[in-house]
Design a protein around this ligand. Structure first.
Ligand SMILES: Nc1ncnc2c1ncn2[C@@H]1O[C@H](COP(=O)(O)OP(=O)(O)OP(=O)(O)O)[C@@H](O)[C@H]1O
Ligand SMILES: [Mg+2]
Length: 269
């Protein structure tokens, strides 16, 4: 199940006496595609991601996922954070199955959760408590918990940043594999340009204060993308240059609209 994400004319203020935290954001992510967002600390990446997840309402502008305007969270729009935030009193499989339980799934939820744990290589930890797992394993559980809900949209806020290179590479591969298989639309925030190139079919470079999309770069490399591959270093240079420009001379923000018109639901707010 996949869905287009479309952000139109989004502007946001937390404090009206300050510049907008986000300004003039127009971005579309085609169904089943991925967008990586990079930018200086404080440029509004997490705020934008939380808005796509329906957890913060923008002051101005709209976000649509498929035909639905985002007005609050939904189980099929899944967000994953830097820290796994598992329930310490539940074992691993129950943590993974919890969302399904809330969604009213009966006994089948355990089997589904075990299947997903198998997929992320943690079947043998199903009965463990989160505290007995390494950081990387906890993030795998969080990933399983996200994916078990069969999301149409997966939003990742630097979930791999605390992990060692090997664990991070494994998890990137796992996410990309599952996302491709299930046609999930992905938006990933990262500080790491290599990660952006690996994960993003498109890469948005943001500038700060106000937070805007300074450049949107189409990733010409087809997956699986690896540092050292032909084109990777050039891509990194291009992003670094855009990053530098975003810091020095903030410019007219980029507008990117989807190629296909989307039929929208009437607004109900
Ligand atoms: N709930 C809030 N109330 C007021 N200001 C906020 C709130 N959340 C974020 N901000 C401010 O909005 C700006 C953008 O924050 P955000 O967390 O989106 O940045 P970020 O790009 O994710 O940064 P980082 O890379 O450090 O995670 C910051 O100046 C931050 O202080
Ligand atoms: Mg952030």
């Amino acid at each position: 199940m996949s869905a287009t994400i479309r952000i139109d004319n989004l502007n946001h203020w937390f404090n009206r006496s300050e510049p907008p935290v986000l300004q003039d954001i127009f971005v579309a992510v085609q169904a089943g595609q991925s967008l990586a967002l990079v930018g200086e600390s404080g440029c509004g990446k997490s705020t934008l991601l939380n808005m796509i997840a329906g957890m913060i309402r923008p002051t101005v502008g709209t976000i649509h996922i498929g035909q639905n305007r985002v007005l609050g969270p939904r189980p099929e729009w899944n967000i994953m954070f830097q820290h796994a935030a598992l329930y310490p009193w539940l074992n691993v499989v129950d943590n993974v199955a919890l969302g399904l339980e809330f969604a009213g799934v009966g006994k089948a939820r355990r089997t589904t959760a075990m299947d997903m744990l198998d997929r992320v290589g943690l079947l043998d930890k199903a009965r463990s408590r989160p505290r007995d797992l390494s950081g990387g394993q906890q993030q795998r559980v969080a990933l399983a918990r996200s994916l078990v809900m069969s999301p149409s949209v997966l939003l990742l806020d630097e979930p791999f940043s605390a992990l060692d290179t090997f664990t991070r590479t494994d998890l990137q591969d796992e996410v990309l594999g599952i996302v491709a298989e299930q046609g999930i639309s992905l938006v990933q925030v990262t500080h790491d340009l290599d990660e952006a190139i690996i994960m993003g079919d498109r890469i948005g470079v943001m500038e700060r204060s106000p937070g805007r999309i300074h450049a949107l770069v189409d990733n010409q490399m087809n997956g699986p993308r690896r540092p050292g591959m032909r084109g990777f270093a050039e891509m990194r240079d291009e992003l670094l240059a855009a990053f530098g420009r975003a810091r020095r001379n903030p410019s007219t923000p980029v507008r990117s609209t989807p190629t296909d018109p989307i039929e929208l639901e009437p607004e109900y707010s």
